[in-house]
Design a protein around this ligand. Structure first.
Ligand code: CP
Ligand code: NVA
Length: 309
């Protein structure tokens, strides 16, 4: 059966742990030949630095090849369908990674492809980021289980949804502090609550950033204006002003609290420079870990799909 990774819940807790273990060894032994003769097609509807580089370089480090495709320069710009594109790519390549505006686009790719499809960010989820964030939390905190993770800012956000789902699945205590208008989508809250019931974790939503950070082990921020939401910039600035992560907020968290951000960051909007570049920030470790975790993810999807590892 073809395994896709469209959302954080597509991986069981044990599968995430397996990927983390493999990523830890890939972080030490970077170069291999496991993807020799294999190809990844990377389809982008939106800008990217980390996702493109980590997938492309990761595939190269494993002896495989990555090919970039976008709407503008492909026949998609002239009306070829997503479904036909998925069928054609499946005849050439072994994996697809897609960054899209609408989650339904990545779902359609997966429905028509005969090879694994990875969501490289949609309007609803950013599961490669979520997986990497949990790996990074385990690296810095020893374990995700029992860790108090607080997200502050735009709750109705791809990064928030994936983090919430994955953290709850691995037994963490997640708090999301966001304005009433920008709470995480109900569907994702319900899925995360159901994950937490099974794992012993918990999910809490609040509008109060001060109360939310109390005794947090991890404080997480993302941009206030995600790609595709530029038209809402003015209202979002207004709603999110009091959700900035600054030194004052960091001081209210636990003494060993780390700061995380998926990047790119907008300094002096969702986070101040003293926090983003301060001693408790792990943002560049997070960025690096995208490489190791996604290499392990690609191995997992490809070889489990083929009945291997
Ligand atoms: N965090 C992340 O996905 O970064 P890019 O948008 O640069 O890929
Ligand atoms: N929420 C952000 C994440 C960028 C990696 C966005 O969608 O733009």
């Amino acid at each position: 059966m073809v395994r896709h990774f469209l959302g954080q819940n597509d991986l069981a807790a044990t599968e995430m742990e397996h990927i983390f273990q493999r990523a830890r060894s890939l972080k030490i032994d970077k170069i291999s030949n496991v993807m020799a003769g294999r190809s990844l097609v990377m389809f982008f509807e939106k800008a990217s630095t980390r996702t493109r580089l980590s997938f492309e370089i990761g595939m190269g480090q494993m002896g495989g090849q990555a090919v970039y495709l976008d709407r503008e320069s492909s026949q998609l710009s002239r009306g070829e369908s997503i479904s036909d594109t998925a069928r054609v790519v499946s005849r050439y390549a072994d994996l697809i990674m897609a960054r899209v505006f609408l989650h339904s686009t990545v779902a359609e790719l997966a429905a028509c492809a005969t090879i694994p499809v990875v969501n490289g960010l949609s309007d609803e989820e950013h599961p490669c980021q979520g997986l990497t964030d949990l790996f990074t939390i385990a690296e810095f905190k020893g374990s995700v289980r029992g860790t108090r993770i607080t997200f502050v800012g735009d709750g109705d956000n791809n990064v928030t949804h994936s983090l919430m789902l994955g953290a709850a699945r691995l037994g963490a205590h997640v708090t999301v502090a966001s304005p009433p208008e920008l709470q995480p989508q109900k569907r994702y809250v319900e899925l995360a609550e159901s994950n937490a019931r099974l794992s012993g974790g918990s999910v809490r939503l609040t509008c109060d950033p001060v109360e939310a950070v109390e005794s947090a082990d991890v404080l997480y921020a993302d941009v206030w204006v995600s790609m595709g939401r530029e038209g809402e910039r003015a209202s979002r600035m207004e709603m999110l002003g009091k959700y900035q992560v600054n030194e004052r907020l960091m001081k209210l968290a636990g003494p060993d609290c780390i700061f995380m951000h998926c990047l790119p960051a907008h300094i002096d909007e969702e986070v101040t420079a003293d926090v983003a570049y301060g001693p408790r920030s792990v943002i560049f470790d997070q960025a690096e870990n995208r490489l190791h975790v996604q290499k392990a993810l690609m191995e997992f999807l490809l070889f489990s799909h083929e009945g291997g590892a």
